[in-house]
Design a protein around this ligand. Structure first.
Ligand code: AMP
Ligand code: GLY
Length: 420
């Protein structure tokens, strides 16, 4: 099969890396990819949200199957456009991708189909939001309903902070249209985990659980980011809780989507809080997580291309995913100034000294080639993923490589896989 991957981050590099192992793969293209993908795929210059270009590449290169990485092209309808053109593509339609691109819609659906989540109210007028928040005395979370590049969620310690957040979004429009509607919800306490599933209609193939480190600095200090690292291990969530997550969260949600006639095909990612009252949904994403995927795919022994192909043929029920039982850790290296003002264009040293193996991989994100040298070109620059007999061993392996890769101002956490 000729395959096109849409996106250019660490997640897409990891997907390409995994697809390369498949005996079914003929040619691999990535739009736009990064410096890391050039050695395993053909990079197509352009934007991941350029749907017309993606379609043109699919026709020109006789692409048999396309996999979408990021949320923006999904929300913009890349899947609908491909389906209309009779082309096979793995990901949800724009209507189904609203689960991520419209948090008010996601809340409404969860309420209607009794999926456990934080109690919430939706507002598009500041006076009404003010009236509501002013009567609360518990900690609240204020969220822009639209896509805000992972920045649109403000966890507030008290109502006065929540009022400011609501004003910023509804009045000052700091997130533009993404914040013209907000969700105000109760703050949940517990351990945060990511559970992803491959989904086709009613059929669910849960991936192993993963943990994402969202804050910039060690011990979960500093601002929220796209994710500074991740790990995956089987026992992150016990069997009984995984079954609850499937039966109380994925099953009713997918039933709801089928009933609403917006059937889902693609990856469904549940960001969960394991609260004392059971697992509750913080958010849904309609794609592979980044950087969860870089840790997860290191452990996947099944052929990703076979699995995705099965889902597109409505045969996902015949698939059993096989996993390496050992844990994996992914450490992200970011540019100085990330997430607000990353400084880019720095030369990266040490990459050629890394000896990659089945248990160790460097996944590029914001990198590009400049006269044959790899330079930084995005906030999250690259990540190192490793598998080990224990979480500590996996982390030690990843960090041994991280410490040998350098660029000016390289920023990374030192506690990935070492602290919960
Ligand atoms: P989201 O993009 O909705 O997942 O939110 C980003 C981050 O904010 C999550 O990963 C959590 O750490 C935090 N968060 C979101 N909603 C809540 C909530 N209801 N209670 C506590 N923390 C939350
Ligand atoms: N790691 C969080 C995300 O992919 O949204």
């Amino acid at each position: 099969m000729n395959v096109l991957v849409i996106g250019g981050g660490g997640r897409e590099h990891a997907i390409c890396h995994q697809l390369r192992r498949s005996p079914l793969l003929k040619k691999l293209f990535v739009l736009p990819g990064n410096a890391g993908t050039t050695s395993i795929a053909t990079n197509i210059a352009g934007s991941a949200t350029d749907i017309a270009l993606a379609l043109e590449v699919a026709r020109r290169e006789s692409i048999d199957l396309t996999i979408v990485g990021p949320e923006d092209p999904l929300a913009a309808g890349v899947v609908d456009a491909f389906q209309k053109a009779g082309r096979r593509i793995f990901g949800p339609s724009a209507a189904a991708a609203r689960l991520e691109s419209d948090k008010a819609f996601a809340k409404q659906l969860m309420r209607q189909y009794v999926v456990p989540t934080a109690e919430a109210r939706v507002f598009d007028r500041y006076d009404l939001a003010h009236q509501y928040i002013a009567t609360r005395d518990e900690a609240l979370v204020v969220k822009a309903a639209g896509l805000a590049k992972g920045k649109g969620v403000i966890v507030c310690d008290d109502p006065s902070q929540a009022l400011l957040a609501a004003e910023d979004m509804l009045v000052k429009r700091v997130f533009g249209d993404a914040g013209s509607r907000i969700v105000v919800e109760e703050k949940l306490d517990g351990r945060e985990v990511s559970v992803l599933a491959l989904v086709e209609g009613h059929t669910i193939a849960l991936l192993e659980p993963a943990r994402d480190y969202k804050r910039l600095r060690d011990d979960d200090a500093g601002p929220n980011t796209g994710g500074m690292g991740s790990y995956s291990r089987s026992d992150l969530i016990d069997e009984a809780t995984m079954r609850l997550i499937e039966s109380q969260i994925f099953v009713p949600l997918l039933d709801g989507l089928v009933r609403e006639e917006i059937p889902y095909c693609g990856v469904l990612y549940a960001g969960l809080m394991l609260t004392p009252a059971g697992p509750k949904v913080l958010e849904f994403n309609c794609r592979f997580g980044d950087p969860e995927t870089q840790a997860l795919l290191m452990r996947l022994n099944s052929d990703l291309l076979v699995v995705v192909d099965a889902a597109l043929n409505a045969r996902l029920d015949e698939v059993t995913l096989a996993w390496d039982t050992r844990p994996s850790v992914c450490v992200v290296m970011a540019a100085p100034g990330y997430p607000d003002r990353p400084e880019l264009g720095e030369r990266i040293d040490g990459l050629s000294r890394v000896s990659e193996s089945r248990d160790l991989a460097v996944f590029h994100a914001g990198t590009q080639l400049d006269a044959g040298r790899v330079i930084t070109s995005g906030g999250r620059v690259l990540s190192v993923s490793a598998v080990g007999d224990s979480l500590t061993e996996a982390a030690d392996r990843a960090y041994a490589v991280v410490e040998n890769i350098s660029f000016r101002g390289a920023t990374y956490r030192r506690d990935i896989g070492r602290k919960n």
